[in-house]
Design a protein around this ligand. Structure first.
Ligand code: DGY
Length: 320
């Protein structure tokens, strides 16, 4: 249990109302500079009771090993906690919280935007107009693919996967999913459950990833699985970059083994491989799944609620 006014270090600027609450309610220090480098993060974990961190802070075992004795909570601003070594944190008695639910709809919206954007060539269309290269309407120009009737295969049918299914269903897509177990209520989407990922991939028009990044999902979509995709299929990733073997993806795209890809996440952010940038059939977004004013404030409010509960010695609403 910390003191009544615990020392919080906030690693990134958060939305203004969230920062105001953190400063009002705790002894909070907010980093106004660029994301912390390793030395700055090590300094932070040594001198706070709770760290309000984000996906850009790599809290691996080595970093957690440097934590001061007072550090008792990593309150993550985000639902994904793959940047935190949970076992190392647990071994040191450090709790971890995250911000589920509030970002589900916005992340699913961006996933749908990537599906629409890649199948309909929206990114390329916009680039053509902006470059002054649009030669006008033509019966054979800018032809994409319809969503209606296409088979959407979702990997990971948690909250975000379900929200993607609901949106895609409204667009007339047929829903398939692969998950550790069958999801209750999947018939609401007329969804087909595939215990075997490879069999599902072989009949997918669009393969969309909504699973967490873990040791098991590292390079889940590798060269062999990309080769199982039909040549006119699209890959969508708004989950985590390293779920896909990026080298294999680039090779598949360059060889025309799949039709295109829509990506919001990358293995080594913010670096985006120039070979992806060169491909017109790839839509590239800058990890903006949860990036709306409403959701970022709601995420921040969850961070505050988790820290408050922990500071009072209560059960945190979003303990990981
Ligand atoms: C999330 O919440 O996991 C987002 O990707 C940002 O970390």
């Amino acid at each position: 249990m910390p003191t009544s006014r615990p020392r919080i270090i906030v690693t990134r600027r958060l939305p203004e109302p969230v920062e105001e609450r953190l400063i009002a309610e705790f002894d909070a220090e907010v980093n106004h500079g660029p994301p912390f480098d390793r030395a700055q993060l090590a300094d932070a974990v040594q001198r706070c009771d709770a760290l309000a961190c984000t996906v850009t802070d790599r809290l691996d075992a080595e970093m957690i090993g440097q934590a001061g004795a007072d550090l008792k909570l990593l309150a993550n601003f985000g639902v994904g906690v793959d940047h935190i070594d949970l076992a190392a944190a647990a071994a040191r008695g450090i709790l971890v919280s995250n911000t589920p639910d509030v970002l589900t709809d916005d992340t699913a919206d961006v996933t749908l935007a990537l599906i629409l954007g890649t199948l309909r060539g929206l990114g390329e269309g916009e680039r053509v107009v902006r470059a002054g290269q649009w030669a006008g309407w033509g019966p054979r120009r800018q032809m994409g693919r319809s969503l209606t009737g296409k088979h959407l295969a979702i990997v990971g049918m948690g909250r975000i996967g379900l929200a993607v299914a609901a949106r895609a269903r409204a667009c007339g897509m047929r829903i398939h999913y692969h998950n550790r177990r069958r999801v209750e209520g999947d018939q609401a989407f007329g969804a087909t459950y595939w215990p075997d990922l490879d069999s599902m991939i072989e009949q997918a028009d669009v393969l969309s990833l909504s699973c967490p990044y873990t040791a098991e999902t590292h390079h889940l979509i590798d060269g062999a699985r990309l080769r199982r995709m039909p040549a006119d299929a699209f890959l969508i990733n708004a989950a985590r970059g390293a779920i896909v073997d990026q080298e294999a993806l680039i090779a598949a795209l360059e060889r025309g083994e799949i039709a295109g890809a829509g990506l919001d996440v990358y293995p080594n952010e913010p670096h985006v491989d120039p070979r992806l940038i060169a491909l017109p059939n790839v839509m590239l977004l800058p990890h903006l799944g949860s990036a709306t004013v409403e959701t970022r404030i709601a995420m921040g409010e969850k961070v505050v609620a988790n820290i408050s509960a922990w500071a009072k010695g209560e059960e945190m609403p979003d303990r990981v």
